[in-house]
Design a protein around this ligand. Structure first.
Ligand SMILES: NC(=O)C1=CN([C@@H]2O[C@H](COP(=O)(O)OP(=O)(O)OC[C@H]3O[C@@H](n4cnc5c(N)ncnc54)[C@H](OP(=O)(O)O)[C@@H]3O)[C@@H](O)[C@H]2O)C=CC1
Ligand SMILES: O=C(O)[C@@H]1CCC=N1
Length: 283
């Protein structure tokens, strides 16, 4: 089930990544099916104009007019702006409109309450590689949602990458810590590798190119091979060779412990956002 009109409330980083992914997917699609109309509401005129010229979207200055006639409404504002956006759109929201929230931390029950008892709410935790069709999204829906409503949300996010349904809503905090925040961890690793290579004397351009291709190549190999990352790592690591020394240095520096701390901290922050912003509504 495909949406015919999708309204984005908030036209920032995540909305832009999904919209670009959707448009790229359409450009590469074999079918001649009518593409969905996309409407974006954002308070900043320059951002609305940029989105309209880049992605042929309609724009709106106010959130209420943006959602008129939309079958899917994506809430893509910062978590601390979600409650006021819900209050704003609630009077004009129709029962058959599906609301998809990408906000970190904020629970489905709280969203339903902020939307005046609106049932059709799906929580999504996408990530910015959606922009190039390589997103990884966790979806959670209240069991009361119909298969058609679930399919509407799934088809939107599947058009920009992998979708995984999450059975227990509590796991959305872990999904946020993993794939929501994950691209930033990988970019940090890339920054670190590139910087170390420059310290060893490579030019900026060579260090950048080799870092990018190495990370891309390793990810593609890991996705296409039948072997686990640990097995693939063993194939790179010659006994008493260069990699063995490099890996030993990373283990001594407790890279695994550092990632455990990173995901644990992000997970805790997602829980904290949910608690702080839900306030009395969650109790
Ligand atoms: N960035 C990411 O990688 C991911 C983000 N998310 C979630 O996506 C959501 C948005 O994050 P992100 O895109 O990074 O944030 P951004 O700040 O980039 O985007 C939010 C946009 O919403 C606009 N905005 C603010 N108030 C309103 C309003 N009342 N009505 C309509 N639009 C408004 C902002 O305008 P202005 O700047 O003028 O305030 C801004 O353009 C968050 O809830 C986040 O948890 C989820 C997964 C990944
Ligand atoms: O950093 C954040 O809070 C958002 C949610 C996941 C990725 N970005």
């Amino acid at each position: 089930m495909q949406a015919t009109r999708i309204a984005f409330i908030g036209g920032g980083n995540m909305a832009t990544a999904i919209i670009e992914g959707v448009r790229r997917n359409q450009a590469g699609a074999a079918t001649h099916a009518e593409p969905p109309v996309v409407v974006v509401a954002d308070p900043t005129a320059a951002r609305r104009e940029a989105l309209a010229s880049l992605y042929a979207v309609e724009t709106a200055e106010d959130n209420r007019s943006a959602i008129i006639g939309a079958d899917v409404i994506v809430l893509a504002v910062k978590p601390n702006q979600i409650q006021s956006v819900c209050a704003e759109i609630q009077p004009v929201l129709q029962a058959n409109q599906l609301v998809v929230s990408v906000a970190a931390g904020i629970g489905g029950t709280v969203l339903q309450r902020w939307l005046g008892g609106h049932v059709a709410v799906v929580r999504a935790m996408p990530n910015t590689p959606a922009m190039v069709g390589c997103g990884a999204t966790g979806l959670y829906a209240d069991p009361a949602l119909t298969p058609t409503q679930r399919s509407l949300a799934e088809s939107l996010l599947r058009s920009v990458g992998l979708v995984v349904w999450i059975d227990s809503e509590a796991d959305m905090d872990a999904v946020t810590a993993l794939s929501g925040s994950g691209p930033a961890y990988v970019f940090l690793v890339m920054e670190a590798i590139e910087s170390a290579a420059r310290t060893l004397g490579l030019s900026a351009e060579t260090a950048r190119l080799l870092t990018l291709e190495t990370v891309y190549g390793a990810a593609r190999l890991a996705m296409s091979a039948d072997e686990s990352p640990a097995q693939l790592r063993a194939r790179v690591t010659s006994p008493n060779g260069t990699t063995e020394r490099g890996i030993a240095a990373l283990e001594t520096a407790d890279l695994r412990g550092a990632f455990l701390k990173a995901l644990t901290a992000a997970h805790a922050r997602s829980q904290e956002l949910g608690r702080d912003l839900a306030g009395e509504a969650s109790r």
